[in-house]
Design a protein around this ligand. Structure first.
Ligand code: SDX
Length: 431
């Protein structure tokens, strides 16, 4: 196939540069500008990386215009309807769906890494009781980098794999312990006879005084939520993990950096912000007032759970979650849940408003997820923690993909300098 390239024309100098094109399996190709500065002394400028491919990846494909999301080529709708979260974790890590023996072995591996080093318990008591669970997650996950000296040679694929398994396995245990710290109850240890999701529910809701039997509907709901949140290409937190990892940093520290980035309300923190927003709106009668605030350029208020950098169509995950809301609310909570009714009405009004239609602002994954978490009895400040549990699989999959690339190099963006020109120091008595 003939090589495709672009010509970059410097009209003033009467010169042009040939830039080759890197083809994709599906989705847009990319103009390779990696040597542009070396060959021509000029940078490209793309704050927020609206038009920048930071890497090549085989893990997840998104078509924002068509509302398509695929993990290793499998449509999210099929995985959501038929797969188990641990099965999807294996797919994202290794690139293929596991057979029964591979799945059983992987599930056993993850299960037997769910316990925490006992001294880690002391970290939780160091936080004030009302510390945000995401603050605890950042701290405790980062501290794992001080524990596992037996798997720290990140040039060793086996060490990288063990770190990935430990992170996937321990996130629910750390999440549940963060929740227990918030409510002043003792930490509950994982059990090896429960599923990944069942273990999390039990670690959150069992107490020394009363056993807890995970509700299968709740277990299924969490399984679906974790599948939907598992990966999403080069989003802010995954790009944070890749950039941190590109310096050969400790994998646990890199995932802590990803958790920090996810926490922002423009990213994974939006699910908590949606419930806070719906609570503030309170009643259908107030929707028009808040839609007007969202459209008002002088008002910082945004419709949380709406809009997406990539999806200019309905986020496929939001559609799946809206359907699941109905099932979970019917079986676990009051089916005429006022919060859900309000969300449906808000979506209906927004999607008929020119401002949102023109800007292609649709509900995203965070718009409905909080309603389901709440129906499962999970408090608002734990919603982004739930997101982090699912997304840990994507973070470690991208970290492993990057670290196994022999051409992998430290990420080091440049800038356009707009500061003061060179000037001489002025002694204090002359200022
Ligand atoms: C996630 O990247 C990922 O893949 C993320 C994620 C994942 O799985 O990892 O999908 C998870 O983070 C989902 C997004 C969750 N965030 C929110 O719901 C917060 C609310 N949404 C926005 O802040 C915003 O939509 C972003 C941050 C999500 C996307 O911002 P963009 O792509 O930079 O879009 P923009 O800010 O340039 O907005 C374009 C226009 C602007 O108006 P104009 O300047 O053109 O007049 O749309 C407006 C914005 O003001 N706009 C909104 C809006 N989102 C965008 N106006 C009101 N309410 C909103 N929610």
């Amino acid at each position: 196939m003939t090589e495709k390239y672009f010509l970059l024309q410097d009209e003033a100098a009467g010169e042009s540069i040939r830039l080759s094109v890197r083809e994709s399996v599906q989705g847009p190709p990319a103009i390779d500008v990696s040597r542009l500065y070396r060959d021509s002394g000029i940078f490209t400028y793309d704050p927020g990386f609206m038009s920048t491919a930071s890497c090549e990846s085989r893990i997840t494909y998104i078509n924002g215009e068509a509302g398509v999301l695929e993990y290793r080529g499998y449509p999210i709708e099929q995985l959501a309807a038929q797969a188990d979260f641990i099965e999807v974790a294996y797919l994202l890590l290794y690139g293929e769906l596991p057979n029964a023996e591979q799945l059983q072995r992987f599930d056993h591996l993850i299960t037997y890494h769910t316990m925490l080093n006992e001294t880690l318990k002391n970290f939780f008591s160091g936080f004030h009781y009302d510390a945000h669970p995401m603050a605890i997650m950042v701290g405790v996950v980062g501290s794992l980098s001080a524990f596992y000296h037996d798997s720290l040679d990140i040039d060793n694929p086996r060490h990288r794999e063990i770190s990935a398994h430990r992170l996937i396995a321990k996130m629910p245990t750390i999440a549940a312990a963060s929740y227990k710290h918030n409510i002043g109850e003792p930490i509950v240890y994982p059990r090896n006879d429960l599923s990944y999701c069942g273990n999390l529910l039990r670690m959150m809701y069992a107490t020394p005084c009363e056993e807890y039997q995970p509700d299968p509907v709740a277990e299924r709901a969490l399984n679906l939520l974790f599948i939907l949140h598992a990966d999403h290409e080069q989003n802010a937190s995954t790009s944070t993990v890749r950039l941190a990892g590109s310096s050969q940093a400790n994998p646990f520290a890199c995932i802590a950096a990803g958790i920090a980035s996810l926490w922002g309300p423009a990213h994974g923190g939006a699910n908590e912000a949606v419930l806070n927003m719906l609570t503030e709106i309170g009643d259908v009668a107030n929707i028009d007032k808040y839609i007007a605030k969202a459209k008002d350029k002088n008002d910082t208020f945004r419709l949380m759970g709406f809009g997406h950098r990539v999806y200019k169509n309905y986020d496929p995950r939001a559609g799946i979650l809206r359907e699941m809301c109905l099932e979970v609310l019917e079986k676990l909570a009051d089916s005429n849940n006022p919060m859900f009714e309000l969300a449906l009405k808000l979506e209906e009004i927004a999607l008929s408003d020119e401002y949102f239609v023109e800007r292609k602002l649709y509900p995203n994954v965070d718009f409905y997820s909080g309603i389901i978490y709440r129906a499962l009895g999970i408090p608002n400040n734990m919603f982004t923690v739930m997101f982090a549990i699912g997304r840990t699989v994507g973070w470690v999959a991208h970290w492993m993909e990057m670290m196994s690339d022999p051409l992998q190099n430290i990420g080091r963006p440049r800038q356009i300098y707009k500061g003061a020109p060179r000037r001489d120091y002025v002694p204090l008595d002359k200022r």
